[in-house]
Design a protein around this ligand. Structure first.
Ligand SMILES: Cc1ncc(COP(=O)(O)O)c(C=O)c1O
Length: 394
């Protein structure tokens, strides 16, 4: 019997945790900590699972890995190793980075809002396929590209769905996209700007859970209505949003449920079904290896200090997304004590876990924090000059 967070790439060798057969304590000895460790096999498995699910939903599909989730070159290489997988970018520098990392122009999409004149000029110059979500963007982009250049239009999902109770992981009714009932106007403005519209797009939120299935269906039905208004539609893009488990009680939206909603509402249009997964692909592939530096009781709390904080993974402090904390030695030992695990950033918000049941810890113990594949280094900061960590792929 293994713990809920244990997946196919984990094993326990000589009573310590390994990833894809590589003992984490060796990696800590060789590279030091903090250290991000990513599993190439997990990235490949996740992409293959997605391909298999999409194959049940549509005759033609395309996966654009959202590189904003993790742009480490070893991760991009693992993504590129799965035939047919493309990459989605959201800034001119990401386009350059995708090219540098071996993706061809035809394998790169671009999707961002609030674009400056220089952003649009760079995107126009590269010629990548662009998703736009404002009248301003359509008018200005149209003036920069050859007549008839195809674009995708992004729409507001109209529902608020995403992980946990916080508002910030829900993209609906916020700054993104046209309203469904603006479709005719958006098509007209695109046409007047000299653009053609070959795709429609909707991104719902981060870490979709099973209990929001009805709202997800509502959004896909809205996307189907939009699709019915677009002549010569080639692509329907459902964005990202598929997640994993962050807590023992989580029930992420199942891949099969997501695929069946696509089959029901969107496949009948015969367009390519595209998606932009980030977290689903890399989230479970990564962990952050840390060292305990302080174990001490203070004001009735048993504190554990570690050698990294929110500068390396802002998800708990910024979005309230939990991380699982696992001792590298004897990872499946039953908990003995409740700790508050905190980082080394000089902020009270630098808390990995307020109440974490763990076996008894000692200074110098190694801990693995997981999942840590998505939105950690890509969103890291150098606050307190503490944002440095090595990344490796096993
Ligand atoms: C437009 C768009 N597509 C895709 C993604 C990737 O989402 P996820 O990591 O939830 O799969 C995001 C994330 O913010 C996004 O904004």
């Amino acid at each position: 019997m293994h713990a809920w967070w244990f997946h196919e790439s984990f094993s326990i060798d000589q009573d310590a945790l390994s990833l894809d057969g590589v003992p984490l304590r060796w990696l800590a000895q060789e590279h030091g900590t903090p250290l991000f460790v990513y599993s190439r096999a997990t990235i490949q498995r996740q992409l293959q699972a997605l391909q298999a699910a999409l194959a049940t939903a549509a005759d033609d599909f395309a996966i654009y890995y959202a590189m904003k989730a993790n742009r480490f070159s070893g991760v991009l290489d693992a993504v590129r190793s799965v035939p047919g997988v493309c990459v989605d970018t959201c800034s001119p520098r990401e386009i350059g980075y995708a090219l540098q990392n071996g993706f061809a122009l035809s394998q790169i999409s671009f999707n961002a809002g609030m674009l400056s004149a220089s952003d649009l000029a760079t995107v126009a110059q590269t010629g990548v396929h662009c998703t736009l979500d404002s009248y301003s963007g359509l008018r200005r982009y149209g003036s920069l590209v050859p007549k008839g250049t195809p674009v995708t239009l992004r729409f507001n999902p109209g529902v608020r769905v995403g992980y946990g109770q916080g508002a910030n992981l829900r993209y609906g009714n916020d700054k993104f996209g046209f309203e469904a009932d603006e479709i005719e106007e958006a098509l007209r403005v695109a046409f007047d700007a000299g653009l053609s519209v070959d795709g429609i797009h909707m991104h719902l939120g981060w870490g979709l859970q099973e209990d929001s299935v009805e709202l997800v269906e509502d959004a896909f039905a809205r996307l189907a209505y939009i699709a019915s208004c677009v002549p010569d539609l080639r692509v329907i893009n459902v964005g990202g949003g598929l997640g994993g488990r962050y807590h023992v009680t989580d029930h992420p939206l199942a891949l099969s449920t997501w695929a069946s909603l696509i089959r029901k509402h969107l496949a009948p249009f015969g367009a390519t079904i595209a998606c932009e997964p980030g977290t689903f692909v890399v989230g479970p592939a990564g962990l952050l290896l840390l060292e305990v530096n302080t174990v001490e009781k203070r004001r009735g709390v048993q504190w554990v200090g570690v050698n990294a904080g929110f500068a390396l993974n802002p998800m708990p402090a910024l979005y309230g997304v939990p991380v699982q904390i696992v001792p590298v030695h004897a990872p499946l030992t039953p908990p003995e004590q409740t700790y508050r695990v905190v980082g080394h950033i000089n902020e009270t918000t630098d808390v990995w876990s307020k109440e974490c049941a763990l076996p008894a810890l000692q200074e110098m113990d190694l801990l693995a924090l997981l999942p840590a594949g998505a939105y950690c280094t890509s969103m890291s900061s150098d606050h307190c000059l503490r944002g440095q960590a090595k990344e490796i792929v096993v």
